[in-house]
Design a protein around this ligand. Structure first.
Ligand code: SF4
Length: 688
């Protein structure tokens, strides 16, 4: 009755789905999102966005949003006040520390959370509790990139800006399906190919980009290292390596050259299933290009020897002098989640402080201790899989999980659920009552990315602002406020009263980020790290003068090929690969609660028509998938995208149970799960 309709407001923020980091304008009227408009001046997206960033915002007003804290009483989660919930968590932490010491407490931080929240949580664990037991979900995706790229080049990030990759004349895209998983990057890569760049795709599946490839290499899952060594063998054998670069700026050539004698194309063909002629053709394309670039994804990292895969891939760029020289665009991981780079940059890792400074390094610890006015424990803490093992063994008494649905997305979820059931206090910050939150003792309702203030770091090391377009619903709070709330309930002062203050403190601690602040980002839009100076641009391209390794050189790795942890046999004759699809995001907790559900309504099992015929399966048939670890129910879909003997599915619908199938085997260096190789068998669900 005469009330004026609320005015349209426009908020510039950064997409909270994938690691591309599209800049978006969120248009709101009152509490309603009217539209999400991709920003024309977005440095990565330049006016584009995908079906997730642009349309998947309806979850915000879902009636299933958590709006009040919940506490388990008599086996049931009941609504309580914030004071009751935070008091319960504080008492739990206090009694866990009294009974088992600080290491009886652990936290899983989040790539969904802002940098400032990650910074604050690791600071809480290290200074208030006194443990390094903090990790983030990069453990499950790009931990091998962090380890492999740091060992090869010195820093834990892609070597070049994506703008440079776009000037490449040969793209080697490995183990990534950017057209579906990172659509804005996928479109930009495709544009580059349509304008004449040569394209080599290495992927077991005939993904969209593969149809445009000059050569499509289809290695058997788990044989990447042999394939990359085969390419390196040809580079050396055909004189395509950059001798001068190798003499001046690299080390490890004699050892690698000796190893590569074992990887001629015909042997590589026998291991990988890739025809020897294709290995040679791909190596020549990459080797003869003037500006070659490597872009890769989780098909490289999520293996028993994922770090070796990253190192063997980095070998190719080093052999060609295609990194740190401007004669090529290095090695660039496509990060999965919006802030997976930032969560690690901020030190939400059990062995690394903010800015990748080792907790075992006394000088680094002392620097942090001076700033934080607290002792920092010197022993590295537990990794995520070790946290679950410690919980099952009765050694972990409090597990605080911030925004990760570990019971849906971690491998071998039956064992994860056991760990949560055994742990005396599980605390979960969540937007929805996820599979994990359902099993928690305390559920703290959290703000989504549309309701937060802070920053994310995207896949090419770009800090960008995240701004709240709306208030969190009901009594939900940003993780930043929740972490402060727990510290307050313990009577501890964390400092950093605002997200801007948290980033300022991190910048004071870490020279790599010293020139970055909210105020600068508000002025400039985006800044890449390293950015040691406030008045100079960040370094989008790394290693112009020297590599960041202790000796300043790029390090070649002579790591032999070792077989995957899981192999098919008579009982489990097929190999399952998991990945993402276009319309949904990870556990799907947000995208499933939007109209994107109409685009994709279940987790399908893609299988080759020959395998479908052998199992008597038709399109749309329900199918039971069994592995050595568990059982899932999916819908069969025949597809020539997958090779005979392999099947593919996503994990966007936790009810289908895909991650009960995957094993808890992990990368020997980083514990990143071997999601890309699971031996399975099928039977028609219709046959009972
Ligand atoms: Fe961009 Fe990724 Fe968001 Fe899509 S999901 S809009 S590609 S950041």
């Amino acid at each position: 009755s005469g009330a004026r309709p609320a005015e349209l407001a426009r908020t510039r923020t950064t997409c909270g789905y994938c690691g591309v980091g599209c800049a978006l304008d969120v248009l709101t009227r009152g509490e309603e999102v009217v539209a999400v408009v991709p920003a024309h001046d977005g440095p990565v997206n330049r006016g584009h966005a995908c079906v997730k960033g642009r349309f998947a915002h309806g979850f915000r007003t879902s009636p299933e949003r958590l709006t009040r804290p919940l506490l388990r009483r008599g086996g049931v989660l009941e609504p309580v006040t914030w004071a009751e919930a935070l008091g319960h968590v504080a008492r739990g932490i206090r009694s866990a520390v009294a009974a088992g010491g600080p290491d009886a407490v652990a936290a899983i931080s989040s790539a969904r959370a802002t940098n400032e929240e990650n910074y604050l949580l690791q600071k809480f664990l290290r200074t208030v509790v006194g443990t390094n037991n903090v990790d983030n979900c990069s453990r499950l995706c790009h931990a091998p990139s962090a380890a492999g790229l740091t060992a090869a080049f010195g820093l834990s990030g892609g070597t070049d800006s994506f703008d440079d990759v776009e000037r490449a004349d040969c793209l080697l895209v490995v183990g990534a399906n950017p057209v579906e998983a990172h659509p804005v990057v996928g479109a930009r890569l495709l544009q580059r190919v349509l304008r004449g760049a040569r394209l080599v795709v290495a992927d077991p599946r005939a993904i969209g980009l593969a149809h445009h490839a000059d050569v499509h290499l289809r290695p058997r899952p788990g044989t990447n290292v042999a394939l990359f060594h085969g390419l390196a063998h040809v580079l050396l054998a055909e004189g395509l390596a950059d001798g001068e670069f190798l003499r001046r700026r690299a080390t490890g050539l004699p050892e690698l050259a000796a190893l590569l004698t074992d990887y001629p194309p015909d042997r590589v063909a026998a291991i990988t299933g890739v025809p020897a002629g294709d290995v040679v053709a791909a190596a020549r394309l990459y080797g003869q290009a003037g500006r070659p670039a490597i872009v890769y994804g989780l098909g490289v990292t999520e293996h028993l020897h994922g770090t070796d895969g990253v190192r063997a891939l980095a070998n190719l760029a080093i052999l060609r002098g295609a990194v740190g020289t401007g004669r090529g665009f290095g090695v660039n991981p496509l990060r999965g989640q919006n802030n997976v780079q930032g969560a690690s940059d901020m030190g939400a890792l059990p062995d690394l402080l903010p800015g990748y400074q080792r907790v075992t390094d006394r000088a680094a610890r002392e620097r942090a201790a001076r700033l934080w006015r607290a002792e920092i424990p010197a022993e590295p803490g537990l990794r995520i899989p070790q946290m679950f093992a410690a919980a099952r063994a009765g050694d972990l008494r409090v597990l605080w999980i911030v925004g990760e649905d570990v019971c849906a997305t971690d491998p071998d979820t039956t064992r994860v659920a056991e760990a949560l059931e055994t742990c005396p206090l599980v605390v979960c910050n969540e937007v929805f009552l996820s599979e994990t939150a359902r099993r928690a003792d305390v559920v703290l309702p959290a703000a989504s990315w549309l309701e937060k203030d802070g920053t994310f770091v995207n896949f090419d090391r770009r800090f960008q602002r995240v701004r709240p377009a709306l208030d969190p619903p009901g009594r939900a709070r940003a993780d930043f406020a929740i972490i402060h709330g727990v510290a307050d309930a313990l009577g501890a002062a964390l400092g950093c009263p605002t997200p801007a203050a948290a980033l300022a403190e991190c910048a004071a601690l870490v020279p790599l980020f010293a020139g970055i602040s909210h105020e600068r980002l508000d002025r400039e839009g985006a800044v890449c790290w390293p950015a040691p100076h406030r008045d100079r641009p960040g370094e989008a391209r790394l290693y112009r003068e020297r590599f960041a390794t202790p000796d300043g050189l790029a390090h070649l790795a002579a790591c032999p090929y070792l077989p995957p942890g899981e192999s098919p046999d008579d009982h489990y004759p097929l190999v399952m690969v998991t990945g993402r699809r276009w319309a949904h995001y990870n556990s799907g907790s947000m995208t499933r609660r939007t109209r994107n559900l109409r685009l994709d309504a279940d987790d399908r099992l893609d299988l080759h028509p020959d395998d479908a015929a052998r199992h008597g399966l038709l399109d749309g048939d329900p199918v039971i998938v069994e592995s050595r670890h568990g059982r899932a129910r999916l819908t069969a879909r025949t597809s020539r995208e997958v090779a005979p003997g392999q099947v593919f599915c996503a994990f966007h619908f936790p009810a289908s149970g895909v991650n009960t199938l995957t094993s808890d085997l992990g990368d020997t260096v980083t514990s990143c799960p071997e999601y890309k190789v699971t031996a399975v068998r099928l039977r028609s669900a219709a046959s009972g």
